[in-house]
Design a protein around this ligand. Structure first.
Ligand SMILES: Cc1cc2nc3c(=O)[nH]c(=O)nc-3n(C[C@H](O)[C@H](O)[C@H](O)COP(=O)(O)OP(=O)(O)OC[C@H]3O[C@@H](n4cnc5c(N)ncnc54)[C@H](O)[C@@H]3O)c2cc1C
Length: 315
């Protein structure tokens, strides 16, 4: 039996580790030249940490991350509040033997992906980068997957195909399953990784002019990295060009702070909030997992967490 996994994000890599450690052959194909470089989904939930522990990467995740920092809210230069994530959410995570990881753990997504790929290699697997899956057919005995690699097209025969190929999933579209939900067209989130001078302490720095967090520019310290993840929400018609200068202007506009200086923009993206889920996770021998099957607002931190947990369950 061979399983073809499309996509080497958190879902595909988790599934590949889970299958490999059980001796089930799999091939992971990704159209990109390497792992995704951005910090994207960064807050690992208690259950995700349990899954990663079971996959044998708990130590790497612990040393590659830190406890979720508090939110430090500024009005201009003045610090007006400091609150933990759980205080912000008005909730608590119970502790005890049944909850070995009772808090969120901050790890940039690129590092979680790297750790999972490292584990996959230890288990004898790998990712075939530069391989785009363009289609498939299935019958009672297996799936024939069409793969384009360096300009040549080849078929791969597998027992099962898993589409963990992200929110725009080719596999989901080819299956024709429903993807019901909402797309919030009126708002966008600008997100990226940048160096910042002028901030002190390890926090999610929430910069505002007057303490009103609806008009904020957030800068999250990323553990073991000189980069911060910046996040700013805005009306669709207000989206600026995706350049370092625009991000600098936005920070000054929202906070009045010229002493916080941004440089070295490593990744930038515009995020449109979608809340959608497939009406079937499986059609015959083809299975969907992660963003291919459901997409969320980044605000709840569900994207990466549910992707890892899906893949673990599928495995
Ligand atoms: C801009 C942005 C910001 C985000 N911010 C947050 C956040 O703050 N918090 C949070 O929890 N989540 C966030 N997310 C969501 C989180 O990153 C995703 O939920 C998570 O990456 C999903 O993992 P995945 O493995 O399902 O898919 P992905 O990580 O998207 O991986 C899919 C992989 O499939 C590959 N692929 C796609 N099509 C093909 C094909 N046809 N053939 C071969 N390979 C293919 C892609 O190259 C990619 O590597 C963000 C997402 C984006 C895009």
């Amino acid at each position: 039996m061979t399983v073809v996994i499309v996509g080497a994000g958190p879902a595909g890599l988790t599934l590949a580790c889970e299958l490999s450690r059980r001796g089930i052959p799999c091939r992971v194909l990704d159209k990109a030249p390497g792992l995704f470089p951005g910090s994207r989904g960064k807050g690992l939930s208690p259950r995700t940490q349990e899954v990663l522990d079971d996959l044998g990467v708990a130590d790497a995740i612990r040393s590659g991350g830190m406890a979720m920092p508090s939110f430090r809210i500024y009005a201009g230069h003045e610090i007006v509040a400091e609150r933990t994530l759980l205080e912000m959410l008005g909730t608590a995570i119970p502790s005890g033997p049944g909850v070995p990881y009772p808090g969120f753990w901050l790890v940039p997504q690129w590092r979680t992906d790297e750790i999972l790929l490292g584990r996959l290699r230890e288990l004898g697997g790998d990712v075939e980068f530069g391989c785009e899956v363009t289609g498939f057919t299935q019958d009672a005995h297996g799936v024939t997957v069409t793969v384009s690699r360096g300009g040549t097209v080849e078929p791969i025969r597998a027992s099962y195909l898993v589409g963990s190929d992200g929110g725009r999933s080719t596999i989901r579209k080819a299956l024709g399953v429903g993807f019901a939900g909402e797309t919030f067209e009126s708002e966008r989130t600008l997100i990226g990784d940048v160096r910042a001078d002028g901030l002190e302490g390890t926090f999610c720095h929430v910069l505002t002019r007057g303490g009103h967090v609806s008009e904020r520019f957030s800068l999250w310290n990323l553990p073991g990295s000189d980069h911060y993840q910046f996040v700013a929400n805005m009306a669709t018609e207000d989206v600026p060009p995706l350049t370092l200068d625009s991000v600098r202007n936005l920070l000054v506009e929202r906070s009045g702070r010229e002493d916080v200086v941004l440089r070295d923009l490593r990744w930038i993206s515009l995020y449109r909030v979608n809340a959608r889920m497939v009406d079937r996770f499986r059609v015959g021998r083809v299975i969907l997992a992660g963003d291919a099957a459901h997409v969320h607002s980044s605000a709840g931190g569900q994207g990466l967490n549910t992707s890892v947990q899906d893949a673990y369950n599928v495995g």
